[in-house]
Ligand binder design. Structure first.
Ligand SMILES: [Zn+2]
Length: 91
């Protein structure tokens, strides 16, 4: 399990999902949908980075906003958002 990955916890058993199968080790509930939610912030952040590389500041700002809506504490997304506030404003 990656230390960077957000934990996915079974809503019934309150135990962490198995990182490989994305199932609850206790009740075998399929937690893949929850895992996707947990990673949604990172996926939007990666999209934002891609847009920023291409100079698409509006799209980058939208994506980083979505990232922070899903995961407000995502530090690299906060940093990217702050950078985007000034970037492209003159252009
Ligand atoms: Zn469970």
């Amino acid at each position: 399990m990656s230390a960077d990955a957000p934990a996915v916890v079974c809503p019934v058993c309150r135990v962490e999902a198995d990182a490989e199968s994305l199932q609850c080790p206790e009740c075998a509930e399929d937690l893949a949908a929850l895992a996707h939610l947990a990673y949604a912030g990172r996926m939007h952040y990666n999209t934002a980075l891609e847009h920023a590389r291409n100079g698409e500041w509006e799209a980058a700002r939208d994506a980083v906003g979505a990232a922070l809506a899903h995961e407000p504490g995502l530090a690299p997304a906060v940093a990217l958002r702050d950078a985007l506030v000034t970037e492209g404003r003159t252009g």
